[in-house]
Design a binder for this molecule. Structure first.
Ligand SMILES: [Zn+2]
Length: 128
């Protein structure tokens, strides 16, 4: 993947997982604490050892904003959401096909991997 979003070795697993249609969360190999965004050290126990856990892809919207600054001139406005995953970590993403009236607190959402300029990216859709 020649993706500019892959900015550090710490998050390469995240984008490799997304490319395979899997939502991965970094997990401390010593105490099991999940963390996102990825970081080299566990904030709970200080361990540098980590592996990954696959998230269910389900969560709830805890905050959102309408982005009126497109990445490219032909981009549509996006709804940027903060999702609280069922596993407990939070993830910033985009909401696709928002409900009439827009997003709201505690809106249940499910991950959907969408092609974003050639890379599969985890976006979220309202859980049906
Ligand atoms: Zn730990």
């Amino acid at each position: 993947m020649s993706d500019a979003r892959r900015s550090a070795p710490d998050d390469a697993f995240f984008w490799d997982g997304a490319a395979a249609g899997r939502l991965l969360i970094q997990r401390c190999a010593d105490c099991g604490t999940l963390r996102h965004p990825p970081a080299p050290m566990c904030g709970s126990c200080g361990s540098l050892a980590w592996d990954t856990a696959e998230a269910s892809g389900r969560g709830r919207v805890v905050s959102w904003m309408y982005s009126v600054h497109p990445n490219r001139p032909d981009d549509e406005p996006r709804i940027v959401i903060l999702v609280q995953l069922d596993e407990g970590t939070r993830l910033v993403s985009n909401l696709i096909d928002p409900p009439r009236g827009g997003p709201y607190d505690d809106l249940p959402v499910t991950v959907e991997f969408c092609d974003d300029r050639g890379s599969l990216t985890p976006y979220f859709r309202v859980t049906s």
